[in-house]
Design a protein around this ligand. Sequence first.
Ligand code: FES
Length: 107
Amino acid sequence: MPEARFVGAGSAETVLDVPNGQTLKQAAVDNLVPGIIGDCGGYATCGTCHVVVDEPFRARLPTPSEDEEIMLEGLLTPVTAGSRLACQITMADDLDGITVHVPESQG
Ligand code: FES
């Protein structure tokens, strides 16, 4: 099962085995990863699952949908080149080892 690493405030790390087909948001919520709330249930409408994806995984993700881009543009937390919504990242074998950072303001 592919693995995902969540890095939060103070560099605290949570490493999870995430089944293929499950979103990183769902894995984080199910395992109480600090700072990932997922208020909207995964519909890209709340922004409470904002993460910053490390290279080289950014290029392996599908291009953000228009809804995701609009949500990211409206976030109060700083948005960077690797910013994505964890609810829009679906685990797959080629994402094994993905590292995402939870913005400190969400922690
Ligand atoms: S869970 Fe609401 S935007 Fe991701």
